[in-house]
Design a protein around this ligand. Structure first.
Ligand SMILES: Nc1ncnc2c1ncn2[C@@H]1O[C@H](COP(=O)(O)OP(=O)(O)O)[C@@H](O)[C@H]1O
Ligand SMILES: [Mg+2]
Length: 268
C-alpha cells in the first residue's frame, strides 16, 4: 500500500469483528500531516477500535493502515515509535507531582536531560505553577493536560486522543481544546475521537463520521454543511450546524439520500 506525501495516516478497507459483531466494515480515510482530524461517531460506533488498530494494539481482520508511511501490522515497531496514545482515562499518577510524572515518563523513554524536557512541557501546557503540586490536587482539565503532555515526551509526530474531553466540565474542556490547537500549531498530527459535535466543530480541520462500520461523510465543516439541502431563506439565512448534518447522515430518510449523492471525496 502506498502513502501519498503529506499523509500522516491512511486507512483502507479496514474490517474488524468481535465474534458476531462486525464493528468495522470497510473503513477508509486519510489524515494530512500536521492537521487535526476528528473521528466522530456515537457510542459503540467503533472509534476506539480504529484507534487501537492504528496504534498497533489490535490487528485488523482485513484492510490496511499506515501511520507515517509504516504499515501498522508489518511495521508495528516503527509505528509505535511514531505515535502516542492518550486514552479516555488519564494515566497520570496521583501520588506524584506533575513534574515527577513527566520526569518518570522521560526516564522510561531513555531521554537525556529529563528535567529540561519536563519543564518545557509544563510550560507549554500552562502547568508551571502547579508543577510541584501532587496531581491529586489538580482539576480534571489540568490532569488531562498533564496526560497529553506526558504523551508528548519524545516528540512523536502523530498523537491519538481517544475522547479527550469526555467527563470534563466546560472550563476544563476549553483548556484541553486550547492544548490540542497548540499541538497542531507546532506541527503534530492529531487524530481525535469524539462523540461531541461541538468538539469536532471547534477543533477539527476535517471531520469523518463513522457509522455502522463505514465513514459515511468526510470533509471540512463547510463540506459537511453542503451535504444538507441549501438553507431555507426566511428573514435570516441559517447555516446548518454539524448536529443537523450528523443527524441527517446517520438517520434515515431523504436527507441521507441527499447526503449520499454529494458524498465528499477524501483529500488528494
Ligand atoms: N475486545 C472486544 N471484545 C468484544 N467486543 C468489543 C471489544 N472491543 C469493542 N467491542 C465492541 O465493539 C463495538 C465498538 O466499540 P468501540 O470501538 O469501543 O466503540 P466507540 O469507541 O466508538 O464507542 C462496541 O459494541 C463494543 O462493545
Ligand atoms: Mg471509545
Amino acid at each position: 500500500m502506498t502513502t501519498r506525501p503529506g499523509e500522516a495516516i491512511r486507512v483502507r478497507g479496514l474490517e474488524k469483528s468481535f465474534g458476531d459483531l462486525h464493528v468495522l466494515r470497510g473503513t477508509d480515510f486519510a489524515v494530512a500531516r500536521g492537521s487535526i482530524f476528528a473521528l466522530l461517531g456515537s457510542n459503540g460506533a467503533g472509534k476506539t477500535t480504529v484507534v487501537r488498530i492504528l496504534s498497533t494494539l489490535l490487528r485488523p481482520d482485513a484492510g490496511s493502515a499506515t501511520v507515517e508511511g509504516f504499515d501498522v501490522v508489518a511495521r508495528a515497531a516503527d509505528v509505535r515509535e511514531s505515535i502516542s496514545l492518550t486514552g479516555q482515562f488519564a494515566a497520570v499518577d496521583d501520588v506524584l507531582t506533575g513534574r515527577e510524572n513527566l520526569v518518570l515518563v522521560a526516564r522510561l523513554r531513555h531521554l537525556d536531560d529529563v528535567g529540561r524536557v519536563a519543564d518545557a512541557l509544563l510550560a507549554r501546557f500552562g502547568l508551571t505553577d502547579a508543577a510541584r503540586r501532587r496531581v491529586a490536587t489538580y482539576s480534571g482539565g489540568m490532569r488531562r493536560r498533564l496526560d497529553i503532555a506526558m504523551s508528548l515526551v519524545g516528540d512523536p509526530p502523530v498523537i491519538f486522543l481517544d475522547e479527550p474531553t469526555t467527563g470534563l466540565d466546560p472550563q476544563s474542556r476549553l483548556e484541553v481544546w486550547n492544548s490540542v490547537r497548540e499541538l497542531a500549531r507546532q506541527g503534530t498530527t492529531v487524530l481525535l475521537t469524539t462523540q461531541y459535535l461541538d468538539e469536532a466543530e471547534q477543533l477539527a480541520d476535517r471531520i469523518a463520521i463513522l457509522h455502522e462500520g463505514r465513514i459515511i461523510a468526510n470533509g471540512t465543516l463547510a463540506d459537511l454543511r453542503r451535504l444538507l439541502p441549501p438553507a431555507e431563506v426566511e428573514h435570516v439565512e441559517k447555516q446548518p450546524t454539524l448536529e443537523d448534518v450528523f443527524l441527517a447522515v446517520v438517520g434515515t430518510g431523504t436527507a441521507v439520500a441527499a447526503a449520499g449523492r454529494t458524498r465528499v471525496e477524501e483529500p488528494r
